[in-house]
Design a protein around this ligand. Structure first.
Ligand SMILES: Cc1cc2nc3c(=O)[nH]c(=O)nc-3n(C[C@H](O)[C@H](O)[C@H](O)COP(=O)(O)OP(=O)(O)OC[C@H]3O[C@@H](n4cnc5c(N)ncnc54)[C@H](O)[C@@H]3O)c2cc1C
Length: 313
């Protein structure tokens, strides 16, 4: 049997497998001699008391072994000769759409106006050092999309759109730290995110998809009211049975193109993010109630909330 129990441990012991095992078995009430494995499912910090704790949701395996789930990529097959679907945009939406297409047995042809994640970095340096902005390769455009050089925070307050566990597992299978599967506030880290993005591209190519950079979609090929493909850089046609537009909210030219072609588009509510900066040491001190953050505690986070028209935002 598998019994789930929650335990709490001090930060100094959060990576100590013996302590976690002992505490979980004790809490489960199962005979220790029958326990074959203990796994941490979820990890969050409780800093409400005088000293912070880690709360760990654990699974205790009694008289049965823990069995690793097969990798999601094991379900993928070669799609090089299969039906083609064009995906416009190599941001998170485009790359995850491409992975989903491969899983469904369709061949994704990804087109992005920007450059690959490594070359794009050089163009960001030109922005920072000389104020020169390449309209196709910048903070918004290029492989990985808008947040590629950010911390890669993965949590959401929206729980209406189903489980995000599949997305997290795919990120782990492409090089993200497996702890993102357990952490209540997971993040990939700015040092790792570009590598994860490049690995996703390798998967798309490995299974027979295509990824084309510096390929700016400038027109749609329409016939009898349905889409037959797209035009790239005003001169090259790509044909396919379906087109997924994953161009993000900065792609004004795409919105103009849709309007010009009289294709129905609909405004949706949007979330506006603001950046507020405080010294990390101040936040750590307030949240953890200690002058210097002890080892194993991550940089503390916080959120600001205010009331607007009787709604908390
Ligand atoms: C600085 C910053 C930090 C962020 N940090 C986080 C974070 O930590 N966590 C988080 O969840 N979100 C974060 N975000 C938000 C997140 O980046 C976006 O929600 C996400 O990138 C949207 O993904 P997308 O694929 O829909 O669009 P985008 O990421 O905008 O990708 C669209 C892609 O389409 C391409 N494209 C556009 N037009 C065309 C065209 N005509 N032809 C071909 N290609 C085209 C672009 O080059 C781009 O690569 C951050 C955003 C920014 C700007």
């Amino acid at each position: 049997m598998i019994k789930e129990v929650e335990i709490k441990v001090r930060p100094a012991l959060v990576n100590d497998e013996k302590t976690i095992r002992r505490e979980a078995i004790k809490k489960s009430g199962l005979p220790a001699s029958k326990v074959e494995d203990v796994r941490v499912l979820r990890r969050s910090i409780d800093a409400r008391g005088a000293k912070p704790w880690f709360r760990l949701r654990t699974a205790v395996y009694s008289e049965e072994p823990f069995v690793e789930e097969p990798a999601l990529l094991d379900n993928f097959q070669d799609v090089s000769e299969h039906d083609r679907v064009i995906v416009v945009g190599a941001g998170p939406a485009g790359y995850f759409a491409a992975l989903e297409l491969i899983e469904l047995g369709l061949k994704p042809i990804v087109l992005d106006r920007g450059k690959d994640v490594r070359s794009r970095r050089r163009d960001l340096r030109a922005i920072q050092q000389f104020g020169e902005v390449d309209p196709h390769s910048n903070y918004c455009f290029g492989e990985g999309g808008a947040g590629t050089y950010s911390d890669g925070k993965l949590y959401t307050r929206s729980h209406k759109r189903g489980s995000i566990i599949k997305a997290l597992r795919l990120l782990v299978e492409h090089g993200a730290n497996p702890e993102i599967l357990q952490d209540a506030h997971p993040h990939i880290g700015s040092n790792k995110l570009p590598g994860v993005v490049a690995n996703i591209r390798q998967t798309i190519l490995h299974f027979g998809g295509e990824v084309h950079f510096e390929s700016h979609v400038t027109d749609f090929l329409l016939s009898d009211g349905s889409i037959k493909g797209v035009v790239v850089n005003e001169n090259q046609e790509f044909k396919a049975d379906a087109v997924i537009l994953a161009t993000g909210h900065s792609a004004r030219d795409i919105y103009r193109l849709l309007a010009r072609k009289a294709i129905k588009i609909e405004a949706k509510p949007f979330a506006l993010g603001v950046r507020i900066e405080h010294p990390q040491s101040l936040i750590d001190e307030i949240q953890y109630n200690q002058p210097v953050r002890e080892p194993n505690l991550p940089a503390a986070s916080y959120k600001l909330v205010c009331q607007v028209e009787e709604r908390g935002v």
